[in-house]
Write a protein of this length. Structure first.
Length: 280
């Protein structure tokens, strides 16, 4: 008669934690997803290098340095051209500081959540008034950075859930019987050209049949009218340029990120453009 095999006596195996939750009961964030794409803005190379290392050590959520900038103009150039899951911003930088960068960033149609990283604690109140998701003081610990990035993930998901209707996020272009949607976040300006409107992104130009008044009503507050024929994304503006010619005399134009052309500013709108650039 064959004997039934009995399990050997010994220590019972520890119960394996269920997938999706660590032992502390808190859900893991992004363990199997693509790492968060993070922009780091700091004028100190060593600080950027340190943050790159810290991001590589993050596990919940996983994150990586997608791009870095040493000042506000370079950061805005990146933000107009590229999408990020979060931005880590130093406050004390030469020229336009981190607070000014945050104001420009908030003017973007779909800005990434941002976290201030600074050696000074006294700016915390101002930082949260600008809708920063967190405020880290240097030196930053990995655990503290992970907690801040978790807040950025939650903020990004909340913004997506509360986003505008689909037609408010896209510009519908119809050319030669073909329709295509252009993300509103990529539009630098709308410019009236006789019977049509030019839609300009960094990559290309498109033709739209709507009027500027219709566009302005559809996207209230997103674009600044710099003259009667042009609506410009404030966050894309880089500088005011003085122009001279023999016919009109002195005039002003605005330089935009990502494109070579200048757009003329009407005299009555020069002050509004200066305010958008933080010069008044």
């Amino acid at each position: 008669m064959n004997k039934t095999a009995q399990p050997k006596a010994g220590k019972p195996e520890a119960a394996k934690p269920k997938a999706g939750k660590p032992e502390n009961g808190e859900p893991e964030t992004g363990q199997s997803e693509k790492p968060l794409q993070v922009l780091v803005v700091d004028d100190e190379p060593l600080a950027r290098s340190r943050m790159r290392s810290l991001l590589g050590d993050c596990r919940n959520p996983r994150a990586e340095l997608a791009a870095e900038a040493a000042n506000t103009p370079d950061a805005m150039d990146l933000l107009v051209r590229q999408r990020f899951d979060a931005a880590l911003i130093d406050i004390h930088m030469p020229g336009a500081n981190g607070m000014q960068l945050a104001r420009q960033l908030n003017a973007l149609p779909a800005p990434p959540p941002f976290i201030f990283v600074t050696a000074y604690a006294e700016h915390a109140l101002d930082a949260f008034e600008l809708d920063a998701v967190d405020y880290l003081t240097k030196p930053v610990r990995c655990e503290r950075l992970e907690a801040a990035l978790q807040k950025a993930v939650r903020a990004r998901l909340a913004r997506a859930a509360q986003g505008d209707a689909l037609d408010g996020q896209w510009v519908l272009i119809s050319e030669r019987g073909r329709a295509q949607r252009i993300p509103l976040a990529e539009v630098l300006y709308f410019k009236a050209e006789q019977k049509y409107v030019t839609v300009r992104t960094v990559a290309a130009s498109y033709v739209l049949n709507d009027s500027l008044n219709q566009i302005e009503a559809k996207y209230p507050g997103r674009f600044l009218r710099i003259n009667r024929n042009a609506l410009v994304l404030p966050a894309a503006m880089r500088a005011i340029v003085r122009q001279r010619d023999f016919i009109d005399g002195e005039s002003w134009a605005v330089r935009l990120a990502g494109v070579d052309e200048l757009l003329t500013i009407s005299r009555r709108q020069v002050s509004a453009v200066r305010q958008a650039l933080g010069q008044e």
